[in-house]
Every structure is written in C-alpha cells, then in structure tokens.
Design a protein around this ligand. Structure first.
Ligand SMILES: C[S@@+](CC[C@H](N)C(=O)[O-])C[C@H]1O[C@@H](n2cnc3c(N)ncnc32)[C@H](O)[C@@H]1O
Length: 315
C-alpha cells in the first residue's frame, strides 16, 4: 500500500500519508466530516515543555476543547478518540488531566469505553510524593456501534493449558486459544534514553502503544489522525498496519524527525520495540535484589512463614 506513495502536506482523502507542518486546527479544517476512523494523540500537558507556553489551566482546557470539538466533527460514526495524558503539576500539587478533560468529551455526547492505565517503570524520582509511573489513555467513541477488534490484540494466557475440570465442558480448554483480552492496565516501556525509538523529542510515546489501539479500533485502509504528531509515532503505527495516517506538528525540527521516521517505516527499516516483547526482568537475568537490605526482621519473618520455612531458619 505504501510502496511508492508520497508524504503530502495537505489533507485529501485520496492520499495515504499526510504530515501538516503547522497548527492542528488548520489541518483539521481541511478534513471532511466523519472521514477519520481513529484519533490517537498525546497533547501538550501544559507543563512548560519547550514546545508549549504554560497557560492558566482554564485557558489550556479551552484550547483543548477547540481541538477536541474539531476531532469530533471529523470522526466517523464507528470511530474512536484516544487522548493520552498525564498530570498537570501546579506548585507540587498534581491535577490528573484525564479528569479535567473528561467533561469536554462528555458534553459532546461521547461515551467513554476505557480509561487505560499505561504503566511504565522509568521516570523522574520524586522525593515528596511517590514517583509517577503511569499515564492514562481515555478512550471515547462517537456512537454505540463502534469498531472493536479484540483478536488482533490478544495477549498470551497465563495458564494456556488450563481445562474445565467438571461440568459439561470438562476436559476442554477453559480459555481462548488465541489469547486473552489485554485488560486496561498496559505495562509498556516508555521512551527514555535506552529505548530503541528515542529521538531528541522530550516526550514521545512508543509505537507499540499506538499499534494496539490501531489494530483494535480501526480496519485496513481507514484513516488514523494525530493532531499533535511530535515525531510521527501514530502515523508510523498506522502505516505498519496498512492504515492511512495523518497528523500535524508545529515545531519544524519535529516535523523533519516525523517525516524521516515515516520514510524509514515506508521502506520497512524503522527500528521500534516490537509489540508484545516481554519486559526486561532483572531477576530472570540474574540481576535481581534477592534480599532488601532495608527490610526489617518482621518482613523476614513473614517471608519465611510464607515460604513455609521453620522459624529457626529466621535470623
Ligand atoms: C506530547 S508531544 C507528542 C509526541 C508524540 N506522541 C510522539 O510520539 O512523538 C505534543 C506535540 O504537539 C506539538 N504541538 C503543540 N501544539 C500544537 C498545535 N497547536 N498543533 C500541532 N502540534 C502542536 C508539540 O510541538 C509536540 O511535539
């Protein structure tokens, strides 16, 4: 599908890939009503990154509302919007952005299907609160008849050989052989310095996160949009699964990065972390801490009891 195709700067339904170098409202303005199947984005969080001017929260929400309203207009009846956000921080106090953005989607009559918790294990270390290790993806649909394909995103069962042991199905496998529903808590590494996808952009999301959304909420040839495109991760995921992809980005150096990555993807040479690659496990790799140096005797006693050891073994 993408062999000889060009990256267009202007949206047209006949195109396959569009990267608009400018404000998302201008790209949205070019898109006909109800023509996009899936919108996946991570907007600026209003935390003063180099590409944003920190606004009063209400002003920020007004800006977001204008974009979300346009996204709603271009979304097809069976379509979905996935808004990936973290926290806004004001003098050390956190405001979860999904909570304050929810009313905007709700007032448009959209229905929330999941609040997916994206859990990751790396980030800033806080000293006055627990370190933040998750963000969320709030998933809304325009109607009750929305696309949701579970089979392409099933994950391995924990006990694949498990069978019913009684009743009419005794002896048959009790779980789906294609795998299980991945649930709404996704452990996927975030793009920090050792990640294969890391570029100079300060907050990319990983392509595998978007792939799961693309596969489950759209079908081949349909349009996927990211109004805040950054390094092009959403369009990369779209192309990889034979969808059409479009997005806008205001910062020229990120537009260039996005275009480079999309070209690599079209050639089949872009390196990304494979979907469903197991998470690095330090213990399995012989690097685990087997004894917490700070653990007190109560912890050791409970551990010994848990492991059915006799109390004489406990120091
Ligand atoms: C959180 S980042 C998105 C990163 C992206 N998900 C990725 O994987 O690279 C938000 C991006 O939106 C861009 N941006 C901010 N305001 C914009 C606007 N009005 N129109 C288009 N892009 C905008 C920023 O420059 C930034 O690159």
């Amino acid at each position: 599908m993408f062999g000889n195709c060009q990256i267009s700067q202007k949206f047209d339904l006949s195109e396959h890939v569009v990267v608009y170098p400018g404000d998302c409202l201008k790209l949205l303005n070019q898109i006909p009503d109800e023509s996009i199947q899936l919108i996946v984005t991570s907007p600026p969080y209003n935390i003063g990154k180099e590409y944003e001017k920190k606004l009063h929260l209400n002003q920020y929400l007004e800006q977001q509302a204008a974009v979300i309203k346009e996204c709603f207009r271009v979304l097809s009846e069976s379509g979905s919007i996935c808004w990936q956000v973290g926290n806004y921080v004001e003098r050390g106090a956190i405001i979860p952005l999904d909570a304050v953005l929810y009313p905007i989607f709700n007032e448009l009559g959209m229905q929330m299907r999941n609040r997916i918790v994206w859990h990751f294990e790396h980030g800033l270390h806080c000293s006055k609160r627990f370190s933040g290790r998750y963000e969320t993806i709030i998933w809304f649909t325009k109607s009750k008849d929305y696309t949701f394909n579970l089979d392409p995103v099933r994950v391995p069962q924990k006990y694949p050989g498990k069978k019913y042991f009684k009743g009419p199905k005794a002896g048959q496998y009790s779980c789906n052989p294609l795998g299980k529903n991945p649930g709404d808590v996704w452990l996927i590494p975030n793009v920090k310095c050792n990640h294969v996808e890391k570029t100079e952009h300060p907050c990319q999301f990983p392509v595998e996160l978007v792939e799961r959304l693309v596969l489950s909420m759209s079908n081949e040839e349909e349009w996927i949009l990211d109004p805040f495109l950054g390094t092009g991760s959403t369009v990369v995921a779209a192309i990889r699964h034979n969808r059409r992809g479009c997005g806008s980005e205001v910062v020229s150096k990120y537009v260039l990065l996005a275009v480079d990555r999309i070209k690599e993807e079209m050639k089949g040479t872009l390196r990304t972390r494979p979907m469903n690659k197991p998470i690095y496990d330090p213990e399995a790799n012989g690097n685990g801490v087997t004894h917490f140096p700070w653990a007190g005797s109560k912890d050791r006693k409970q551990m010994a009891l848990f492991e059915n050891k006799t109390l004489e073994n406990i120091r």
